[in-house]
Design a binder for this molecule. Structure first.
Ligand code: FAD
Length: 475
């Protein structure tokens, strides 16, 4: 058949990576087409990821904070929860942001095409139109010819093969629907996504179990940070099963019956009202006909790229979850900009020293750069500044002094290598530590920077002073 549409830049997938790339390409003067199978732009992050989860976590935090006020002599009583209204609120938040993207695409004259894209060769993409709220194809097809392409097709939740197909078994997308009010919930996988959704459901009334194959929750973060989170969150859980896995499950009238195996497995199968599968996400690399374009895809579905985000085919780039870990929106956005700029002939490359991670739980856990565990494993000599929030006026005034801020410095050069924060608003503060690392700041740079008092952010300056031995406020 013929070609229906031609462009200089084709972007496949409209998540944070894809829309950022498309907007940058358009700003650089390229005629840009953005292909997305779903009705709204924004991908996983805006529609079923970062944003809706935070809308619900905000509500959970308000409820938890109100409960916390009892001890201060302020009582609000039990909250009544209108799930339909709460879901409508969450959908409105998502709608505002995805609607904003549509407007921005129009403003930049980015052509959006709704449909499922597969490569025909290195210069042609076939798009089967999709309709409705899902990604069902209508059978109508068109062909787009492109000079350059950016693959931003993202990832999807991993489903365990033995899990029954049942409305009581959900992934994060299903959990965000708030369709049921479970009393007993199992979280499969002790990572950030599972623990964030668990936080929401537990505040809304569920008792939690979590099962994790590895020896600790929130892998990647230093254990001292996680310990604080775990102590504060212990009341939400009946069972935290580490070094344990699920080996079978069946749907029964009373619930989903799950069998476990491993060090902390209960002897009897357990019954749950809701099972959340949060065992990871797999890249969509094998679902887009990449091989027809000559683009290499790994066995697991990742697309290898160089520092300019180029695949092995020089005019085809790939960005975001589909190129590898960490699967985070802020990484995808930066990669999107690099790819668009590189395609436009600029010398851009992805050279971020660090990418911050945040669990938006209560308290929040945030970390960036080198961790203490990594320093130990790699034999790097570090100097640590550890500031406990029991010495922070603001944290005490907030009645939330369980947290701490720690910074890790190179013992020789005194430059900052990494940092971790556990406590309320940790995620909002970790960006300063990332900036310090990017700028090559040392203990004195950070310690002598005047931070506003009284703030939680001060704890970063204090941690630097502690490392430097000049902190007078903490014993
Ligand atoms: P995606 O967002 O996955 O977008 C890919 C897009 O491509 C999708 O819209 C998809 O429909 C489309 N697509 C795929 N194949 C085709 C095709 N063949 N044709 C047409 N369209 C196609 N990250 C954070 O940084 N912070 C958070 O707080 C956070 N919270 C999260 C919470 C949850 C519950 C989940 C699931 C994820 C969360 N993430 C978070 C991760 C974040 O959502 C992803 O890292 C991010 O969305 C990746 O962006 P992307 O552009 O690579 O791909």
């Amino acid at each position: 058949g013929g070609v229906d549409l031609e462009c200089e830049m084709l972007v496949l997938g409209a998540g944070p990576g894809g829309y950022s790339a498309a907007f940058r390409a358009a700003d650089l003067g390229m005629k840009t087409v953005l292909v997305e199978r779903y009705a709204t732009l924004g991908g996983v992050c805006l529609n079923v990821g970062c944003i809706p989860s935070k809308a619900l976590l905000h509500v959970a935090a308000v409820i938890d904070e109100a409960r916390h006020m009892d001890a201060l002599g302020i009582s609000f009583g039990q909250p009544t929860i209108d799930r339909a209204k709460l879901k409508a609120h969450k959908d409105k938040v998502v709608g505002k942001l995805t609607g904003g993207l549509t407007a921005m695409a129009k403003m930049r004259k980015v052509t959006t095409v709704r449909g499922n894209g597969t490569f025909l060769d290195a210069h042609h993409l076939q798009v089967e139109e999709t309709a409705g709220t899902g990604s069902e194809g209508t059978g109508r097809k068109q062909v787009i010819r492109f000079r350059n392409a950016i693959i931003a097709a993202g990832s999807q939740a991993v489903h365990l093969p033995f899990m029954p197909k049942d409305p009581r078994v959900v992934d994060s997308t299903g959990a965000l629907e708030l369709a049921t009010a479970p009393k007993r919930m199992l979280i499969l996988g002790g990572g950030i996504i599972g623990l964030e959704m668990g936080t929401v459901y537990s505040t809304l009334g569920a008792r939690l179990d979590v099962v994790e194959m590895l020896d600790g929750l929130m892998q990647g973060a230093d254990r001292d940070l996680v310990r604080v989170w775990q102590k504060m969150n212990a009341p939400r859980f009946d069972n935290i099963m580490l070094k344990t896995k699920t080996v079978g499950a069946e749907a029964t009238k009373d619930g989903i019956l799950v069998r476990f195996e491993g060090e902390q497995a209960p002897k009897e199968p357990q019954v749950y009202d809701l099972v959340l599968q949060a065992v990871g996400r797999s890249p969509n690399g094998k679902k887009i006909g990449a091989e027809k374009a000559g683009v290499n895809v790994s066995d697991r579905g990742f697309i290898p790229v160089d520092i300019q985000m180029r695949t092995n085919v020089p005019h085809i780039f790939a960005i975001g979850d589909i190129v590898g870990q960490p699967m985070l929106a802020h990484k995808a956005v930066h990669e999107g900009h690099v790819a668009a700029e590189a395609a436009a002939g600029e010398k851009s490359s992805f050279d971020a020293r660090v990418i911050p991670s945040v669990a938006y739980t209560d308290p929040e856990v945030a970390w960036v750069g080198l961790t203490e565990d990594q320093a130990k494993a790699q034999g790097i000599a570090i100097k640590k500044g550890h500031f406990p929030w029991t010495a922070s006026g603001r944290a005490i005034a907030n009645t939330r002094d369980e947290g701490f801020t720690k910074l890790l410095f190179d013992a020789g050069t005194h430059r900052i290598l990494g940092g971790g924060i556990v406590g309320t608003h940790a995620g909002d503060m970790i960006g300063e530590v990332a900036l310090a690392i990017e700028m090559g700041a040392d203990e004195v740079d950070i310690g002598k920077t005047i931070h506003p008092h009284p703030t939680l952010g001060e704890s970063i300056g204090m941690a630097a002073e502690i490392a430097h031995g000049t902190c007078t406020d903490v014993p």
